[in-house]
Design a protein around this ligand. Structure first.
Ligand code: MN
Length: 315
């Protein structure tokens, strides 16, 4: 939101899925969908947009979807999907001369560079070739030709991105839907939110009762049988700490919900996650069961967890 403000882009230009549905009540009116920074739609998005995905520009593991409708696809390892975009703009830069021209006003390069510097933690050497690579440097150099996107630019954005206090201001509900995905695991549906605060921060701010009550409500509203929150916080040096919170309704008569304990066991045994400091609550007064861990390997993202969990339920 800060970045949109800095770029003088009105938030009303950003559409959420429910707004999109209201705007195009007939899904046949949507003739083309381009995915940037992911290559597979979420369950709810799929129903609305899945029939006509024509373009995919992404840097995650390729799920090989939409083969019948794709006309353009660029999926490969790079720090940021916006670096891929920048490199595409560079290739055809004569077409975008106006958008990329140096200006007193924020130009398109100023908009695009945010994800490039944030995703690479401003080209932090220790995560080179893990979180970013030389192509991101080429992309950033190109954007920096016409916009001031250096250290100060990154620092301001990074502070805002990892501001736990600001995140908690959104309320538990707001945080649960801000960065949220939903998976069909066969046995049932799992939801997963990424929140810019650690589990302890959420408990400190809202308390266990409200957190579990909101979790229950969210599971009910969205038809979930299990719900997971990845909590994260970064310090000024971009050192990241992460927590994992897994919750279910105790009385839920569903196979996924009932597999809670064996999923916990499986996650504890997954070396790549390196979980520790387990806290388990057998039964809360509102009928939840939940477990919290610290994720020792902070390079673990939702994508990684998704893959581990999907594999577990498929096998
Ligand atoms: Mn990305």
């Amino acid at each position: 939101m800060l970045h949109f403000k800095n770029c003088k882009i009105d938030m009303s230009n950003i559409l959420f899925l429910d707004e999109l549905k209201a705007l195009y009540p007939n899904r046949d009116d949507i003739t083309e969908t381009a995915l940037v920074d992911h290559n597979q739609l979420d369950m709810d998005q799929e129903e609305w947009l899945g029939k006509n995905v024509t373009r995919v520009i992404d840097h995650h593991i390729d799920n090989e979807c939409y083969k019948d409708t794709l006309v353009e696809k660029e999926v490969r390892f790079i720090g940021s999907a916006c670096s891929l975009l920048a490199l595409m703009f560079q290739k055809d830069k004569h077409l975008f001369a106006e958008d990329l021209a140096p200006s007193d006003e924020p130009n398109f390069a100023y908009l695009l560079a945010a994800a490039v510097v944030l995703d690479s933690y401003n080209f932090l050497e220790s995560i080179k070739n893990k979180k970013w690579n030389d192509d991101d440097i080429v992309a950033h150099k190109f954007l920096a030709e016409t916009a001031d996107v250096g250290l100060e630019y990154w620092r301001t954005l990074n502070n805002a991105k990892f501001d736990s206090e600001a995140a908690l201001e959104l309320g538990m509900k707001g945080n649960m839907v801000r960065d949220y995905k939903k998976y069909d695991l066969g046995k049932g549906i799992m939801g997963c939110s990424v929140i810019n605060a650690l589990h302890g921060d959420m408990i400190g701010r809202y308390g266990e009762e409200l957190l579990t009550a909101e979790s229950l409500q969210h599971m009910k509203n969205d038809g979930l049988h299990m719900y997971l929150i990845i909590g994260m916080r970064a310090d000024d040096m971009a050192n990241v700490t992460k927590t994992l919170y897994l919750v279910r309704e105790l009385s839920a008569d569903n196979e996924l919900a009932k597999s809670f304990d064996i999923l916990c066991n499986h996650l504890e045994g997954a070396d790549v996650l390196n979980l520790n400091e387990k806290f388990h609550q057998e039964q809360t007064s509102n009928g939840c069961q939940y477990t919290v861990y610290n994720i020792q390997n902070t390079a673990v993202s939702r994508k990684v967890l998704e893959a581990i969990i999907k594999t577990f339920y498929r096998d």
